[in-house]
Design a protein around this ligand. Sequence first.
Ligand SMILES: Cc1cc2nc3c(=O)[nH]c(=O)nc-3n(C[C@H](O)[C@H](O)[C@H](O)COP(=O)(O)OP(=O)(O)OC[C@H]3O[C@@H](n4cnc5c(N)ncnc54)[C@H](O)[C@@H]3O)c2cc1C
Length: 361
Amino acid sequence: MNLQADVCIVGGGPAGTLLGHLLAKNGVSTIIIERSAGVNRQFRGEHINAETEAILKEHQLFERIEELGILKMKKVEYFAGRNIVNSITPKNHEDHVGIHVPQAHLLTAIIEESEENNNFQLLFNTTVKELIQDDQGFYTGVKAIKNGEEISISSKVTIGADGRYSTVRKLAKIPTIELTHGYDVLWAKIPAPAGWEPTTRMALVNGHQLALFSQTGGFIQIGWNIAEGSFPTLRKGSIQPFLEPLIESFPELEDSVNEHLLSWNDFVCLKVQSSRCETWVEDGLILIGDAAHTMTPTGAIGINCGMKDAHILAPILTELLIENKIKSEHLKIFEMNRRNEIKTQQIMQVKQETSLLEKFA
Ligand SMILES: Cc1cc2nc3c(=O)[nH]c(=O)nc-3n(C[C@H](O)[C@H](O)[C@H](O)COP(=O)(O)OP(=O)(O)OC[C@H]3O[C@@H](n4cnc5c(N)ncnc54)[C@H](O)[C@@H]3O)c2cc1C
């Protein structure tokens, strides 16, 4: 099968799907290829900040996402033992500090809003294998495997929106510097007890941050920092002593923890790293979201950064395609627009990580 579009986006996560929607709305024919079978993702960034909320409202996407189900956070609280020692409350007449949006709801709403648009095509179960280049090395599309069969997509511009382990980035041999941060995160999800307020709760356990994120549908996502690389050793021991400080800090969770965290298999370990690519663009090729700049979990900004990339890139790329200016020197305008902000946010994450103890003082 040979397909053709102005833009081929590899990766139907938050950044790729939003970009596809916005480009199609601007009249740019767009094909997104996504290796998953649908919109369900396990343990991904699901908290959006006020800026992303405004972006989604600007593009008339927020209302549908809200209908599918979101949860507005009332505040962020920092616990020392059982005492709240610090809290962040809503600013400027707002009634919430961030919103939990399941990625399935976010992606479903964006896809539904794009369905009527003939410029928008999304292929699930489709994994990129190869980038196509012309004689001058200009990227002109991709080869992919869809349900076991090879397909080719010719495009004027290829977008790598395929996340932190980006295949597109690797195939294009774009160098990236990966930084570790001295910790990894264990994620788990448990049902919230009755009366659990939708608040983000942070505690310090043996010098490591334990975060409890309230989630839509009556769940709590646990994000527990552990020393980098320590999970294999940790999981050789019993899980009970590990869970004790969680129950001590939040006794109201005892039943849910005992019922749902029975073994280490109930946790997923995320290797924490941030990354910076040397360049985000080549002739006919752009990287966005985690593929261009993986963020650490600090401040839960990864999904927000990726969606802002899409919001900023869509009008720039639409204009450049009209003018047929798609060499790296032209596409660089997008990178210049975003790179400094991302760098500042990565520096801020490191500062927050090193001054963690102050928040609990
Ligand atoms: C386990 C985990 C937990 C996380 N927790 C948090 C958190 O709590 N808070 C937070 O802010 N951020 C978190 N993040 C980061 C956050 O999810 C990302 O920053 C955000 O999803 C970035 O969006 P994206 O669209 O750039 O990439 P992704 O969401 O990673 O989307 C990339 C998409 O590309 C697809 N794909 C990958 N390879 C291919 C291929 N070869 N061919 C076709 N498709 C492909 C993937 O299936 C995926 O749908 C977490 C990330 C992970 C991996």
